[in-house]
Design a binder for this molecule. Structure first.
Ligand SMILES: NC(=O)C1=CN([C@@H]2O[C@H](COP(=O)(O)OP(=O)(O)OC[C@H]3O[C@@H](n4cnc5c(N)ncnc54)[C@H](OP(=O)(O)O)[C@@H]3O)[C@@H](O)[C@H]2O)C=CC1
Ligand SMILES: O=C(O)[C@@H]1CCC=N1
Length: 278
């Protein structure tokens, strides 16, 4: 069982922090032990009202006595936020978890100016409903106890997978970090296609979303691979076969390779751009 009384501070109260906080609370973490800092009053008020957590305008208030600090700001403001946090840290140093895409452990440690135990995580927004996919990597010198703490905190949001090298996190970002958007795009496209073919808009939306859910649940619960499950839907000479042929002729597999490569490349590009700003 996780220690649901762990004091966790979030730096940045945007989309990702909100999703992670929701996952933690649904997992039984105590709202009174969670804090967030964000410059935006409306975001702070919404987080405090929705979750009953303490939302602060100043980082210093949010990280007071925190055992875990989760960096949830945009990569572009990483340096400012980390320097601010680093200046406030004292022994015993808390565990720092960064969810920032493409911001390296070396950059974070440099800005913090402290040898804090550090884990990089790449979650995705479905942590909001505890169905996230979360890649993790611990920086050198982070002890097993802190690695276990990071695992507990992030597992509240869904499935965790530790990668061996930090570079792999860029691929995780391109796969599962950005991935929900790819599936939402496909749902949107299916919905529009069904409307174009004459279905009522409500039915098109409901059936498209439920189909995505059903396919995902089968893929999770079945011993068969997605390819085998696909073949079970595809009756020889039937309707699915025609549609799959169109997707293949249109280059969907190759297009997917290009899209994931582009996202991975952007994560790497962000690392380089941001490291230069040090
Ligand atoms: N969204 C996603 O699906 C995923 C995002 N991530 C990563 O999570 C991080 C956050 O993304 P997301 O939540 O989408 O971004 P958001 O812009 O929604 O949230 C970031 C928040 O941080 C606030 N902020 C800016 N500077 C500071 C500061 N110095 N101290 C405290 N708060 C500050 C911003 O305020 P203001 O807007 O006023 O500047 C904003 O409210 C990014 O690094 C991203 O790479 C990782 C995985 C998935
Ligand atoms: O689009 C982004 O940069 C962030 C990281 C992964 C998902 N959202």
């Amino acid at each position: 069982m996780p220690s649901t009384t762990t004091r966790i501070a979030f730096i940045g109260g945007g989309n990702m922090a909100r999703s992670l906080i929701a996952g933690l609370i649904a997992d039984g973490y105590e709202a009174t032990r969670l804090t967030v800092s964000d410059p935006d009053t409306a975001k702070r008020d919404a987080l405090a009202e929705q979750f009953g957590i303490t939302a602060c305008a100043q980082t210093v208030e949010a990280i007071d006595a925190a055992e875990v600090i989760v960096l949830c700001v945009k990569p572009q403001v990483a340096a400012v936020a980390c320097r601010e946090v680093g200046a406030l840290l004292s022994e015993p140093l808390p565990l720092v978890i960064s969810v920032m895409a493409g911001v390296t452990e070396a950059s974070i440690h440099g800005w913090l100016g402290q040898p804090a135990p550090l884990v990089r995580a790449m979650p995705n927004t479905p942590v909001l409903v505890q169905s996230g996919a979360i890649g993790l990597h611990a920086s050198a010198g982070t002890w097993a106890k802190q690695v276990n703490l990071a695992e507990e905190v992030m597992r509240a949001g869904g499935l965790t997978h530790w990668v061996k090298t930090e570079a792999e996190l860029d691929t995780v970002t391109a796969l599962s970090g950005s991935g929900p958007a790819y599936f939402f795009l496909f749902m949107e496209s299916l919905e529009k296609a069904a409307i174009a073919e004459g279905l009522d808009p409500e039915g098109a939306r409901l059936l498209s979303i439920q189909t995505a859910l059903g396919a995902a649940r089968m893929a999770v619960e079945s011993d068969e691979s997605p390819q085998q499950l696909r073949q079970r839907v595809t009756s020889p000479g039937g309707t699915t076969e025609r549609a799959i042929a169109v997707f293949e002729e249109g280059g969907l597999p190759a297009l997917t390779l290009r899209a994931v490569a582009a996202a991975r490349h952007r994560a790497q590009e962000l690392s380089e751009l941001i490291a230069e700003e040090q």
